[in-house]
Write a protein that binds this ligand. Structure first.
Ligand SMILES: Cc1cc2nc3c(=O)[nH]c(=O)nc-3n(C[C@H](O)[C@H](O)[C@H](O)COP(=O)(O)OP(=O)(O)OC[C@H]3O[C@@H](n4cnc5c(N)ncnc54)[C@H](O)[C@@H]3O)c2cc1C
Length: 390
């Protein structure tokens, strides 16, 4: 890792990427991931379109110093029809972050005045006046422009985009950073596997799976902002949390339509592409162990519910050693790796008969298959290109 060095440009060929840093240094790599924010140099250099719309400047942002407040809480003021303001102290520093949406100041042609300390002071007086609060200093001040835009492709050759470089949207619901982290989580294991020898086509599933999630995020956050703004202006609820969309935690999002999701049984629990559920179990010594503990790591996990899973679990530990971790799940006295004492795991996975569940490194179901199926896992790996055949 090289801190304080920017990417100035790059070129790519069939075999790799050659990047040039603004220090003059050259870096050769197999892949390049542009995580360089909404103004992404990487995205622009690729010529990828950033489709959508940009609004007027709509929010004031800045790091400021404040007199008259104890730095023990995040303070928020909502004043009907006039606006919203928040001051959040940074731990162990004198600075606070200021955020404000002063509706009364939006110009006839939209937008806000240029940021300046006198202007920010007036906003604080207007929205939080009468409490002896005074801005004394600012290290930076800015106005935030609402953008609702996303890249039309997340991958061009050996170069990929993630986070704000791939999608930007209103902060309503607090989804931006979380969506970017999930991009990285989806891409990370695929890049690692491709670099260790599996077929490069695995990387195509990154855009296939994450582009629809970005599109969903743009839609719900734009709608959340519209809802909050309308209520503020029209005198309805002033609860900023009203901008949160249904499933704001994004736990229900998944990849059921992905080419990596294969349903091979008729169980009634989560399907391939859904997020793998957790369950409280114990290990063979009786020590409490969560099912999520077994999933932790960069490997696939094969969960085997029932005795007929013994063969496929054995293959996972031998033929697919290092790629798949086999974990048997069974009733007390079954000798399973995870003892499902109360039956929570069977219930969470909707297991009615012997069942194999292959879980991806990022915690989503890859495959469901009948327990005795000796070829299901191998066929799956061949089909999605995860067997080390390159
Ligand atoms: C007011 C506001 C409130 C928000 N609240 C939330 C919230 O509650 N929850 C949430 O999940 N999200 C929230 N977000 C969104 C969140 O801040 C962003 O989605 C997130 O920071 C994006 O992370 P990123 O790493 O993709 O991009 P960035 O945070 O923009 O990071 C990109 C980095 O790349 C660097 N860079 C740029 N160009 C180059 C180059 N050429 N070479 C090298 N480095 C480069 C930049 O210096 C920067 O460090 C909020 C956003 C705003 C504006």
């Amino acid at each position: 890792m090289e801190l304080a060095a920017g990417l100035a440009g790059f070129s790519q060929s069939a075999n790799g990427v050659h990047a040039v840093l603004d220090t003059g240094e050259r870096v050769a790599a197999r892949y390049l991931v542009g995580c360089d924010g909404g103004r992404s140099t990487v995205r622009k250099a690729l010529g990828v379109r950033f489709e959508g719309e940009s609004g007027e400047r709509a929010m004031l942002l800045g790091d400021v110093e404040v007199d008259g407040l104890e730095p023990d809480a995040w303070y928020q003021w909502t004043v009907r029809r006039r606006g919203f303001q928040a001051l959040c102290p940074f731990r162990h520093e004198r600075s606070w972050q200021l955020q404000a949406v002063p509706f009364g100041d939006f110009g006839a042609e939209g937008g806000l005045p240029e940021p300046s300390l006198p202007y920010f002071r007036r906003i604080v007086d207007d929205l939080a006046g009468g409490h002896g609060i005074r801005l004394t200093k600012a290290s930076w001040l800015s106005t935030y422009r609402v953008n609702v835009r996303m890249a039309d492709r997340f991958k061009v050759g050996r170069v990929l985009l993630a986070g704000d470089a791939a999608h930007v949207h209103p902060p309503a619901g607090g989804l931006g950073m979380n969506t970017g982290i999930q991009d990285a989580y989806n891409l990370g294991w695929k890049l690692a596997m491709v670099c260790s020898g599996v077929r490069e086509s695995l990387l195509d599933s990154y855009q296939e799976e994450r582009l629809p999630v970005a599109s969903w995020t743009l839609g719900v956050s734009a709608e959340g902002l519209r809802r909050v703004a309308e209520r503020f202006v029209n005198g309805g609820s002033t609860d900023i949390a009203d901008g949160a969309p249904p499933d704001g935690q994004q736990l229900e999002l998944g990849y059921p339509a992905s080419s990596l999701s294969v349903d091979g049984d008729a169980g009634n629990g989560p399907r391939a592409g859904d997020r793998a559920p957790d369950a409280p179990c114990v290990d063979s010594s009786g020590t409490p162990r969560r099912l999520f503990d077994a999933l932790r790591g960069s490997h696939f996990t094969l969960l085997g519910f029932g005795e007929s899973c013994a063969g496929p679990l054995q293959d996972a530990g031998t033929v697919h050693r290092g790629l798949i971790k086999p974990v048997s799940v069974g009733a007390p006295g079954s000798g399973a790796d995870l003892v499902d004492v109360e039956g929570h795991a069977r219930t969470a996975y909707g297991v009615t008969g012997d069942t194999l569940v292959l879980v991806r490194p990022d915690g989503y179901l890859a495959l469901r298959a009948p327990g005795g199926s000796r070829t299901a896992v191998r066929d799956y790996l061949d089909r999605v290109g995860v067997s080390r055949s390159a």
